[in-house]
Ligand binder design. Sequence first.
Ligand code: PA5
Length: 476
Amino acid sequence: MPKPEVKLHYKNVMADVIGNEHGITPEQLKDLADKTSPLIQQLNKERQDGETPYRDLPYNSRISQQVKELVKELEGRCENLVVFGIGGSALGNIALQTALNPYMHNLDDTQRSGPRLFVFDNVDPPQLVSFLDWLGDGLDKTIFNVISKSGRTSETAAQFMIIRQLLLDKLGPDSLQDQVVATTDSRHGTLRKIAEDADLRCLEVPDGVGGRFTVLSAVGLFSAAMCGIDIDSLLAGARDMDTKVKTEDFHKNPAAINAAINYHFYNRGKRIAVMMPYSYHLKDLSDWYRQLWAESLGKAEDLAGNEVHIGPTPLKALGTTDQHSQVQLYREGPNDKLFTFLQVNNFDKDIEIGEIPDCAPELGFLAGKNLSTLLNNEKKATEYVLLQSKRPCLTVIFPKVDAYTVGQFIYLYEVTTSFAGALFNINPYDQPAVELGKEATFALMGKPGDYESGYTYEEFEKKIKSLTEIDEKFLV
Ligand code: PA5
């Protein structure tokens, strides 16, 4: 049987469909091919030179082996898995869980093979307190996976310190080793120091891979494998996509084409990129994509140091839900968006719509049809109305949703991001604004010392307070 291949359909961005003013003409596509083709070779070379180690994660059997060994070791001891992390240290975990486990995973024992999963990617007190109240004396049946590459992120450090205290108070000093798995840099950072000091179980965030590119490392694989997801298929999907996205023929390379189309529309005033899955399972992949796209491509300077303030704004929407919330704007508001639908051809579960009530023969068009038929026709309907308004639409087609196709999608978008970075001539792998925000939090929370941003703690605190204090004069 042929393997299910994730494919990008780009006909509906072309001028033939939406006209010359808004669509891509054959000449423009040729220009994009000419501009992007050398970048395919450039990216392949950077990879060979070891500059983009995320590209090789799907081939790293050492990581998946370590993950599987740890999962085995913890088997039978874990009813709940809690992930503490943020940004690239959480969004991939959430996306994999939503994509590949049933909607009722946490609530229905018969629908899951591993523990319940809770991912905390915020420091919201009522949320955490509510969870801990529910957990009650289930601490000893819970594994806490603390994920931080840098080990210096306040949110994750605070979550860890709360749970550490709780474990020490309720279960005693050995409980840290029993209940905590730290996923962090192999050598550096505060979490590494703590992990070594307390002799915690550890997994590694690979060297040279930024948070948002780590989902196919232990960062994303551990919670996935714990919760019964087939990580071998996930990685196989990524590897098979790799053969496509390294191909030097632009017209056969979905990541190069995807990036080039996004680049084209950004330069023609369509600076908002909407990802709209028509599948509940795929909905959190658009959250993961939002971070990948925003944090990688939103940059003040280009590679030559020129001030550019560049970057498409990624939005997420969900079909059909947001048809009744956003589509009015998408169709009749400014033509400043590129749409990417995610479409599933075959759902692993389906359900037939029941018979019509006698009093409502007008509902006969629904009776006896599968719910998936309605969902996929709604996608077509939305695409149609957008095309009528000359809005460019891409579709990523999933023959079905499983670990293999999700692995392909993840790799496709990671490499698309690298191509987009090269086209925009910026560095997609750093995040100076995020780091500055982390330091601003340090200052406000009273962390002494000199900061990487060049400020002293006192200067920084004063500066932030002077700008952010509430001014009564402007309070209405
Ligand atoms: O992609 C990134 O680099 C960031 O979003 C980080 O993942 C996020 O800030 C969390 O960082 P850390 O894993 O170091 O705690």
